[in-house]
Design a protein around this ligand. Structure first.
Ligand code: NAD
Ligand code: WQD
Length: 338
């Protein structure tokens, strides 16, 4: 019996694989390495002191995926594979819809043929759009995502709800992540963006380590606690624990379920910068510039549904998140190429 992790070499997937190995699961990873390095999985196996099976390939390749299911006794799937750069999705929408939607459709067809119907999907708080009331609970209506990436997540959620409705044997978790950050405490695996980071915390970390001269803060005039954007940052290790809890829940629950994975606490950009300076002892130069198009002012989760139904809650503080990011970035200033 094995868990298939699509996109298992990526930032969140690699932390997930490590946690599964530690929990004694057999793990099969499928990844085409379009946004990751095989080195991440070598390090995961070395930390866990166990092996996982790594199969290089694309989830849109149906014959390839059929073979993976035939050759392994897969009982559940954690589906992380996808493209996630918001800005790139605006300039290359077809690439994003193809990878994120066609990829998931292909995976579901193959799962159906193989008789595997337990699926955990990486969704995003972006499906709520610009929600007016905080905190955001799962019954808050989904909004209008401002970019093709966000729309691809919303479309896949709807497809998966239809799939679950069509056949009562399916058990599907739609996990809406808030802002995953941080790294494994070993400092051996972490987020390693290719090119200029799109997200705040990897950017701050690269400024701290001297790879970038300064951070641009997108907007200082929001109606928030200090004028900068507010988000619910969640440690990747907490996020991974939420997946394990959801995966276990699917063993006894049918249908499609939605759970927010957030801490319930919002931090501003300036609070993130201050926390990073505190834990790293490095000065983070920044300039406040215009707002970034498509950004919302604030967003944080009501995580009580996941607490009640999964017995899961985030445990790590903003300081923990920044300290672990710093350990990873300072040990690996050039990521997996260090
Ligand atoms: P990531 O880019 O680090 O990992 C994705 C992995 O999927 C990479 O290893 C990539 O090579 C692989 N991949 C992409 N397309 C593939 C394909 N067609 N076939 C096989 N492998 C493929 O991203 P991440 O941050 O680990 O995110 C994982 C998932 O979580 C994504 O679906 C993302 O949209 C979602 N998510 C991420 C965040 C975030 O802020 N990191 C927030 C919400 C949701
Ligand atoms: C956080 C805050 C920025 C960079 C994105 C996706 C979302 C999800 C997570 C996948 C905001 C500010 C950022 C910088 C800055 N991904 N910022 N300077 O925008 O909340 O969410 O990643 O699903 O779908 O949209 O995250 O880290 O980009 O931004 O001032 O260089 O930091 O304006 O207030 P975001 P982020």
């Amino acid at each position: 019996m094995a868990v298939l992790v699509t996109g298992g070499a990526g930032y969140i997937g690699s932390h997930m694989v490590l946690s599964l190995l530690k929990e004694a699961y057999e793990v099969v990873v499928v990844d085409n390495f379009c946004n990751s390095s095989p080195e991440a999985l070598r390090r995961v196996c070395s930390i866990a002191e166990r092996e996982c099976s790594v199969v290089e390939g694309d989830i849109r390749d149906e014959a390839f995926l059929d073979k993976v299911f035939k050759e392994n006794d897969i009982t559940e799937v954690l589906h992380f594979a996808g493209l996630k750069a918001v800005g790139e999705s605006v300039s290359a929408p077809l690439k994003y819809y193809d990878n994120n939607i066609t990829g998931t459709l292909t995976l579901c067809r193959v799962m159906q043929r193989a008789g595997v119907r337990n699926l955990v999907f990486s969704s995003s708080a972006t499906v709520y759009g610009d929600a007016k009331n905080m905190p955001i609970s799962e019954d808050c209506p989904t909004g209008t995502p401002t970019n093709p990436y966000g729309r691809s997540k919303l479309i896949v959620e709807e497809i998966l709800r239809d799939v679950a409705k069509s056949d009562p044997e399916w058990s599907i978790a739609l996990l809406r992540y808030f802002n995953p950050v941080g790294a494994h405490e070993s400092g051996l695996i972490g987020e390693d963006p290719m090119g200029e980071p799109n997200n705040l915390v990897p950017y701050v970390a690269q400024v701290a380590v001297g790879r970038r001269p300064r951070l641009s803060i997108f907007g200082g005039d929001y109606q928030t606690k200090d004028g900068t954007g507010v988000r619910d940052y969640i440690h990747v290790e907490d996020l991974v624990a939420g997946h394990l809890a959801a995966m276990k829940k699917l063993a006894t629950e049918k249908g499609a379920k939605i759970w927010n994975l957030g801490t319930g606490h919002g931090s501003s950009v300036l609070e993130v910068v201050e926390a990073f300076q505190r834990v790293s002892g490095r000065d983070i130069s920044y300039t406040i510039i215009d707002r970034r198009e498509g950004d919302i002012p604030e967003c944080w989760a009501d995580p009580s549904h996941a607490k009640k139904e999964l017995g899961w809650a985030a445990t790590k503080s903003l300081n923990d998140m920044m300290a672990d990011t710093w350990r990873w970035q300072s040990k690996n200033p050039d990521g997996y190429r260090s």
